[in-house]
Structures are given as C-alpha cells and as structure tokens.
Design a protein around this ligand. Sequence first.
Ligand SMILES: O=C[C@H](O)COP(=O)(O)O
Length: 255
Amino acid sequence: MTRRVIVAANWKMNGDSALVDSMISGLSDMESSNVEVIICPSFPYLSDLNQKIKAADLDNIIQVGSQTVSKFVGGAHTGEVSTTMLNDLSIKYVIVGHSERRSVYNETSEQVASKVHAVLDAGLNPILCIGETEAERADGKIESVLLSQIQPVIDEIGIERFSDVVISYEPVWAIGTGKAASSAMAQETHYFIRQLIAKQSKQVAANISLLYGGSVNAANCEELFAQPDIDGGLVGGASLQAEQFKIICSAAKGK
Ligand SMILES: O=C[C@H](O)COP(=O)(O)O
C-alpha cells in the first residue's frame, strides 16, 4: 500500500449513543480531503456509528474502526469479537496492540502479531500501536523496545505485507497525560522507525504510514503533522469533541 495521511480517533471506553449523534452532527460539514479520517468507538457503537455516517453522506470521508479484535475466527471465546464479525458490520480498520491492551490485558508482541495477521487475512486494515514507557526511555531502551514490538509482526506476516500495516507510535508516557512528545522528539523516533524498517525493505519503509499518538490536541497537531516522517495521528481524549477533532483533521490536510 502507498503512504497515506490518516487521523484516527480512539474513543477508548468512553462515549455513548449521545456521543455518536453529537459527533455526526458536529462533523457534518467536514469536507473530503487527502486525510483518511477514522473513528474507533467501543464495540456496541460500531454499527450505529457506521450507519449514521452513511446516512449523513459522510462515508467517503469518515471510516469506522474497532479498538481491538480476537486473533481467532470464531468458536468458544467468550467476550471476544472476530474479524468476520467486523467485516459483517463493514468495519475497515482495527487498532491492534494499544499500550492499554498490552499493559492492562497482558497482550504480548507475539499475540499482537497474530492479531495483525488475522486482521490482514480478513481484508481489514490494522493500526499497530507501539511505544516505550517513561522508564524504558530513561534507560535508553527506546530503540530495542520498538524493535521488539515491530519485529514479531514482520516475522509473522513477512516484510512485503508490512506496508499494509499502519503504525502508530505512542510513547506510553504521553498517553492521556497532556504531555505530548515534542515535534522534534516525535520526528526523531519516527525517523528511527522508518530506518529500522528500511533495513528490511526500503520500499516498505517509504510506503508505510506512521502516525503519532499521545496527547495530540488542537494546539500541538499542526507542528506534529508538519514533521516529514509523521503521517497523521491517533487521537484519544481530543477526539471526543467534534470541534477539536475537526481542527486536528484539518491540520493534516495537504501533507
Ligand atoms: O489511542 C490514542 C492514544 O492512546 C492517545 O490518547 P490521548 O490522545 O488521550 O493521549
């Protein structure tokens, strides 16, 4: 796949039917652009949001994504949701390996790799989250941590398919803290990620989309998205307000 500009909203375990409605009305004047806009609500709202996006004629601008998925295709897995079910609801994107899934639900990089594989095999688009903790950064382990999160996925799906993966670099210390990485710091890490992939395929490194996540807001998005190796963002808290989210999506236009 070729390099794309993407702004994705991760609502996490926030929101309700009222948020779906207020988001549709707040984003109703959004215009088509080079930016792929994705909204990822919790499972119960996927279908409602998708249908309302279509009804509002926004489906050529906004797509819907899931926040996680099972690596299994079906069967006795209580509480899980499969890629087949997401396809049935016409969901196009899946966030995989968010740091909250890794730390709270103990998802390993190998399990994350299996999920990415399942997502690709189902014809869906994975957004693979990677990022170091504050302690890992302080210990100078950023590069080894990122490699340990990326390599199992490449080993699982092969380097050629890796360009179909969207990566979101989210330093854990920047998530939900209001302390975003500086644009220079984020660019430096994105450049490192692209070089790391280039060692295995220059073409994949050039084509892969690298998003930044972690306290992106209306005030810092422009500077972050102006960086050459940042292709958009994965936005948590600021995506719960249509006006802020629109500003963030606009900042990615023309990249
Ligand atoms: O998936 C989104 C990230 O975890 C960022 O969340 P945040 O924008 O609330 O810091």
